[in-house]
Design a protein. Structure first.
Length: 307
């Protein structure tokens, strides 16, 4: 099983130091307690399982598993991949990420990924959602589109330079985001984990690498989260916010992958009916209308005075 060269039906899998690092971090997080394996003797200098213990659980030799962690150019069979995933107790997202690293991490001569565009019909749909903030997120958490309520709740991404219209960058670097999210550390760490998933899918994307480099240089916390190699994708959840205009909000969100581009996600935020947060969203919407109307009233007054 461990040589993995007999399964010619499997798609060839590349390998890199990134894949090996992922295996090492997943192994280090495991604790020997409760693991059904004969533990090796000797004092453990670091927490986590040893290579030979994971190799035993996966049914491969220690030498073979060591080569996997070293990121050598190998082509493990699907049976080996599945066995290692079970041994490391990977969840569905972690296993998918491991497969992404195997398939995508080898240097690619492919042309850059095409620019993502939002269909006009989807933009129209966003504008019809008048009382709930909604975003369309693309690769590397780029903000591809947003409705008026999203601009009022978060920030007007359209006013930012194009390269800064990115959710991860805004959450991690903008002080206003740190004030807005009451659980900022948890939100930021989860955003980094989602960015990790994207990097596994598109490791050769120059804009993604540029974004990761900028965040690593600018934010110590980002560097720590990135080194942890956590990966996650959430299709739903909740947020606790403190908005400077309308105060405390507790919002639910749903994230839907679009069928014609799986790298585009429609995310809609809502409040429970009859809750104070629903009232706060209505107040925010009303305030936004008033704020937009004020400049027009001022302009009309100036024009009348001039006339």
């Amino acid at each position: 099983m461990e040589h993995g060269t007999g399964d010619r039906q499997n798609r060839p899998m590349g390998q890199s130091a990134e894949f090996g690092q992922f295996l090492r971090i997943m192994r280090a997080r495991m604790r020997p307690e409760g693991i059904d394996v004969a533990l090796t003797a000797g004092t453990r200098r670091v927490p986590g399982m040893r290579r030979e213990e994971i190799a035993h659980l996966a049914g491969v030799s220690t030498d073979y598993y060591t080569r996997l962690e070293q990121g050598r150019q190998m082509r493990p069979s699907q049976a080996v991949v599945d066995a290692v995933a079970r041994a490391l107790k990977l969840d569905a997202t972690e296993r998918a990420h491991m497969l992404d690293l195997l398939h995508n991490c080898a240097p690619s001569s492919k042309s850059p990924a095409p620019v993502q565009r939002v269909r006009p019909g989807l933009r129209q749909l966003l504008e019809t959602v008048t009382h709930s903030p909604a975003l369309v997120l693309g690769r590397r958490t780029d903000i591809l589109a947003r409705n008026r309520m999203a601009s009022l709740l978060f920030t007007d991404f359209a006013e930012l330079p194009v390269r800064e219209r990115n959710l991860a960058r805004w959450i991690i670097l903008d002080p206003a985001a740190m004030e807005l999210f009451r659980d900022w550390k948890a939100v930021a760490a989860e955003t980094v984990a989602a960015l990790r998933v994207d990097v596994g899918r598109h490791p050769n994307d120059p804009q993604t690498n540029q974004l990761v480099g900028e965040l690593a240089v600018t934010s110590e916390q980002f560097r720590q989260w990135w080194a942890g190699h956590r990966v996650t994708t959430r299709s739903f959840g909740s947020l606790r916010l403190h908005h400077p205009t309308v105060g405390e909000l507790e919002l639910d969100f749903e994230s839907l992958a679009l069928p014609d581009d799986s790298d585009q996600i429609l995310r809609i935020f809502s409040a429970k009916p009859g809750s104070p947060s629903e009232d706060a969203l209505r107040l925010l919407s009303s305030w936004g209308h008033d704020a937009q109307a004020a400049p027009r009233k001022t302009l009309r007054a100036v024009e009348t005075k001039t006339d």
